[in-house]
Design a protein around this ligand. Structure first.
Ligand code: SF4
Length: 227
């Protein structure tokens, strides 16, 4: 069966989104600031959003306001110490410091102008910043109201299990979801967030809860494991 938008919406109807469980979204909604959201996404890489948010809130206690100037002024050791709850704090501190320096040197500490660029130029500008990869750029872009669909590890796993893609290729998975959904940034953001929450609660990496899943009648993984 070909997945339709209606089917996806029904299958995910009971998935609730709590902004604090999506650290980058939470910081962006509260600040409307691209630099702060980028710092937050570096803190969320390979850790959970709760630890990343604790690290970010610690950082606010130290610097007052998370700006490139303040981060450069406290230096690597104090930065690493502040963001310890996220883990890998030395590596993250170096990335955040590098991002801060480049934002200051190239753009005088201000990334607001990225909002007004067409999506391809905005993506290029973001990808040129240190520590920013495809997923991070897409998270920022969709939060800016631009039409793109960020893909994380949960969405990759779910897409393969459902059988809508055959590979883990980021762009292939992105295209697959964008072709199913209405081309609207708010729809892309809604389903991106719901799929992540669904991957945390129902379609987990180990022991997915297929018996209560809204996709169970169309899921290839379910059919294979029932044989
Ligand atoms: S049926 Fe199972 S494997 Fe398939 S999407 Fe649902 S929880 Fe995941």
């Amino acid at each position: 069966m070909q997945l339709t938008e209606d089917f996806v919406l029904k299958a995910l109807a009971n998935v609730k989104i709590e902004p604090r469980n999506f650290a980058a979204l939470y910081v962006f909604r509260n600040s409307n600031d691209i630099f702060k959201a980028l710092v937050m996404t570096i803190l969320t890489q390979n850790t959970n959003d709760r630890n990343a948010l604790r690290a970010y809130e610690n950082l606010i206690k130290v610097v007052g306001d998370v700006t490139p100037e303040k981060i450069v002024s406290i230096g690597e050791d104090a930065l690493a110490n502040a963001i310890k709850p996220a883990g890998m704090h030395r590596v993250r501190a170096r990335k955040i410091l590098e991002l801060s320096k480049v934002t200051l040197e190239r753009y005088r500490g201000d990334l607001t102008w990225v909002k007004d660029l067409p999506i391809d130029e905005a993506r290029r500008a973001l990808l040129e910043l240190p520590g920013v990869g495809e997923k991070t750029a897409d998270v920022i872009l969709v939060n800016l109201g631009k039409p793109t669909f960020p893909v994380d590890t949960h969405i990759t796993r779910i897409s393969i299990r459902l059988g809508i893609v055959r590979s883990r290729n980021y762009h292939e998975i992105q295209r697959a979801w964008m072709s199913i959904l209405t081309p609207d940034p708010s729809r892309y953001l809604e389903i991106h967030l719901k799929l992540i929450q669904f991957g945390r609660d129902i379609c987990m990496a180990r022991n997915p809860r297929c018996n209560i899943c809204g996709f169970k009648d169309v899921c290839e993984f379910k059919k294979l494991t029932e044989r």
